[in-house]
Each structure stands twice: as structure tokens, then as C-alpha cells.
Design a protein around this ligand. Structure first.
Ligand SMILES: [Zn+2]
Length: 419
């Protein structure tokens, strides 16, 4: 018995060809008009004219920007277990993002549930930096002294977990901020430094006041980050670098403090962690000094004080990218900061972060929406932008997905984007 394959399928060398877009792939130094072809879930070709090559599906992307699938290095998606976690695909494919990195929502005692209920069922690729503490961030930042103290750290247990799940655990989350230091000095960070050394994985370090502070032992704001630099190593990531917190990286003093250059010299990476911390004045000051973030992330999460409430979440990865573009960060740096650089942070640069043939066919297609649009920073300051970067389609392992954009109020307002 023989089966016949239709001629068109036999002849079709590609499953999908995306035509006519501006392709930006900083990993290859590419910015120009190319077509992208996909076969068997991998990038098969990237060339100037694949328009006549047979393909099962052809997507016209005139006027769009095509990038490697976007990677968001900082989200909170342990939905239902933490009070502030959002649905993973709302921060992922439904926001134009193909890989998300949960920062500290899970801990060694709660990581099994994260695999079963978040990593496995999501369309988006999810990896994690578990919290240095055993429980994770069950109540956001609101229970610092109870959840994030040295007694809830067990380095052996965390190291064993990282060895068991190397495909999911790509680093660890910890905090360098006034509340923690007022209680325990640098002790929790010393444990974090130890687990990072033992596993060879990076630390992702929150900066800017978060936990309740003991006022009598409040550290000098400008000492908080300098006091932990010696515990960090090349490749570790400082978060919220454009925040206006007095104990943040830039702080409130005029000029750029020495600690910024010291951190760069140590090989630390700077991440945006947009969230509620981003400040336009600090961003302007840093960008004017060409102190760009290495990675851009959203810090997408729900209400810290509520339970499972994302009704006020009004920021997204594309929103952070849009704001930085308007503030003067070059587009090739913005795309590098959301593709190849975070891919390297999570050690997956051989598989994602570029459109080189052979890489996974994870692709983001961005609309460029023109027109004046007002965007707020974390402190409510307004910025009028003339161009918004918005997800049009994502491709996950070759499958084309239309993002719902449900959590993208900063780009679309409260009206869901029509498919
Ligand atoms: Zn966060």
C-alpha cells in the first residue's frame, strides 16, 4: 500500500516564511530587510529574498520588525501560590515574549509546584531564578522579615534542587536593599554568594527599598549597593538600575555615583526590571551618560497588597522597550537587551536569542504603532511617545500565535487588542 503526498507538500522546503520585514538580530549584527524561513521548529534560512521559495505558510510582515523571540528576564508568574503572580502566558506569548524568567517567586520547598503548574502547562518557555529563601516570595515584598530572613535559607537544599533541574533553574534571586540590611546586614547575600559560587549560576539582585526597615539600624542609603559589590561576581545582574530609590544604584545625589562604574568594572550586568521602580529622570541621566541597561525586563506582576489581582498592571516588556526608545536608547541595543543578552544570562544562547539557521524558531513580529501616546513611569510622571512597539505575532518552535495582549494596558489602554 502506498500513500501519496500532495506535490505542493513534497516540494515545500519550508513550513513557514516570514516575508518583507525589517529584521533586527544583534547577535549576527543584522538590521535590514530579510525573509525568515522555518522548518521542523528551527530557523532554516535567513536571506534577502525567499519570497518565491515554496512554503506551507507565508506571512507578509511589511512594515513590521522581526526579532528573535523576545526574552523577559524578570516576571512573576507563580499564579495562585504567590499573591501577586500573573498567568505565565499573559507575560509571555500573549505579550509577544517567547521566554520568561520568573524571579524569586518559587523557592526550594515550592519549586515542584512551579514545574507542574507553571512551566509545564504554559505555551511560553519558562525558566526560573528561585529565591534564595526556601518558600519564595509568597507575599511579594510585603513579608520581608518573615519570609526573606537568614533562617529560611538552606544552601544545600537549593544546590541539590539546581542540580536536579538544570534545564529550569538558571540562577538565584536575592535582595540588596535597606529593609534586609537593617535586619540582618549582608548575611542573606553572603548565603546567596555561596550558592552562586557552588553552582556556577548567576545571581539576580533586587535593588531599592522593599522590605520594612528597622529605622534604628537603617543603613546609609548610598552604602547599600557598595556594601554588597564584593559578594557579586562577573555575570551577576543588578536589577532596577533606572529606579529613583535612594538606596538604588543611582540614588538621588546629582551626577552618576562611583558605584555605577565600579559595578561595570566588576562585570555586573544592569537590568531594567521596569515594574513600579522605573524613573524617567534617572533614565535620562543614565542614557545621557551612555549607561544603557544590558537587559530590559518588565517585572510583570499583580498587586502586592491584593490576591490574584492584575487589574492595575500597566506595564509590559514592549512598553519598557517603547519608553526606552523614546528616551534615546538605540533600537539595536534595545533588541540585544531583550534577545541575545538575556539568552546568555540564562545560558541558552546556543538555542535562542538569534535567528541564525539551526536555532529554535522562536520569533517575535512587532507592529510599529504611530501617533502620540502618553506613558507613565513608576512614579506617575508622563512621557509622550510617537511610536509604540507592539506584538503582532509570535512564533514558538514554528507555531504562529496571535498574542492576546491582555496585560498590555501601557501599549493599548484598557481595550484589548483585536486579533
Ligand atoms: Zn520583581
Amino acid at each position: 500500500m502506498t500513500s501519496q503526498t500532495p506535490a505542493s507538500e513534497t516540494d515545500a522546503p519550508f513550513d513557514l516564511v516570514i516575508c518583507g520585514a525589517r529584521v533586527i538580530d544583534p547577535a549576527q549584527g543584522l538590521d535590514g530587510c530579510f525573509d525568515v524561513a522555518v522548518r521542523d521548529g528551527k530557523i532554516a534560512a535567513l536571506a534577502a529574498d525567499l519570497g518565491r521559495t515554496p512554503a506551507k505558510t507565508r506571512l507578509s510582515a511589511d512594515g513590521k520588525i522581526v526579532t528573535p523571540g523576545l526574552i523577559d528576564l524578570h516576571v512573576h508568574v507563580y499564579e495562585w501560590v504567590t499573591n501577586f503572580g500573573v498567568r505565565a502566558d499573559d507575560a509571555g506569548v500573549d505579550a509577544g515574549v517567547t521566554t520568561i524568567v520568573d524571579q524569586g517567586s518559587s523557592g526550594a520547598w515550592t519549586f515542584g509546584g512551579f514545574i507542574a503548574h507553571v512551566i509545564k502547562p504554559s505555551k511560553t518557555d519558562v525558566v526560573a531564578f528561585p529565591s534564595i529563601n526556601l518558600l519564595g516570595a509568597i507575599k511579594g515584598g510585603m513579608e520581608g522579615p518573615r519570609l526573606h530572613n537568614p533562617d529560611l535559607v538552606d544552601i544545600d537544599e537549593l544546590a541539590a534542587l539546581a542540580a536536579q533541574y538544570p534545564q529550569y533553574i538558571r540562577g538565584f534571586k536575592c535582595h540588596a536593599e535597606s529593609g534586609s540590611m537593617s535586619h540582618w546586614g549582608t548575611q542573606v547575600l553572603e548565603y546567596a554568594s555561596e550558592i552562586a559560587k557552588r553552582t556556577g549560576l548567576p545571581l539576580y539582585v533586587h535593588t531599592g527599598e522593599l522590605f520594612p526597615v528597622i529605622e534604628e539600624s537603617r543603613p546609609e542609603a548610598t552604602d547599600v549597593v557598595p556594601n554588597v559589590l564584593h559578594l557579586l561576581k562577573e555575570g551577576d545582574v543588578l536589577a532596577h538600575v533606572y529606579s529613583a530609590m535612594p538606596d538604588g544604584i543611582v540614588g538621588l545625589e546629582p551626577g552618576i555615583p562611583d558605584v555605577v562604574r565600579q559595578a561595570r568594572q566588576r562585570g555586573l550586568l544592569f537590568d531594567i526590571g521596569y515594574g513600579v521602580n522605573f524613573s524617567y529622570p534617572i533614565a535620562r541621566k543614565m542614557i545621557a551618560a551612555e549607561l544603557y541597561p544590558d537587559t530590559i525586563s518588565s517585572d510583570a506582576h499583580g498587586d502586592f497588597n491584593g490576591y490574584h489581582d492584575d487589574s492595575q498592571t500597566d506595564y509590559s516588556l514592549c512598553g519598557a522597550m517603547t519608553r526606552l526608545l523614546a528616551l534615546g536608547m538605540p533600537i539595536d541595543r534595545i533588541i540585544a537587551a531583550t534577545t541575545i543578552t538575556p539568552a546568555k544570562v540564562i545560558g541558552q544562547q546556543d538555542r535562542i536569542g538569534s535567528l541564525r539557521p539551526g536555532m529554535d524558531a522562536n520569533i517575535t513580529i512587532l507592529d510599529q504603532i504611530e501617533g502620540e501616546w502618553t506613558m507613565l513611569d513608576g512614579r506617575g510622571e508622563e512621557l509622550v511617545v510617537n511610536l509604540r512597539l507592539a506584538p503582532h505575532r509570535v512564533v514558538m518552535g514554528g507555531e504562529v500565535i496571535v498574542p492576546s495582549c491582555r496585560l498590555m494596558r501601557d501599549i493599548f489602554g484598557n481595550v484589548p487588542k483585536a486579533a
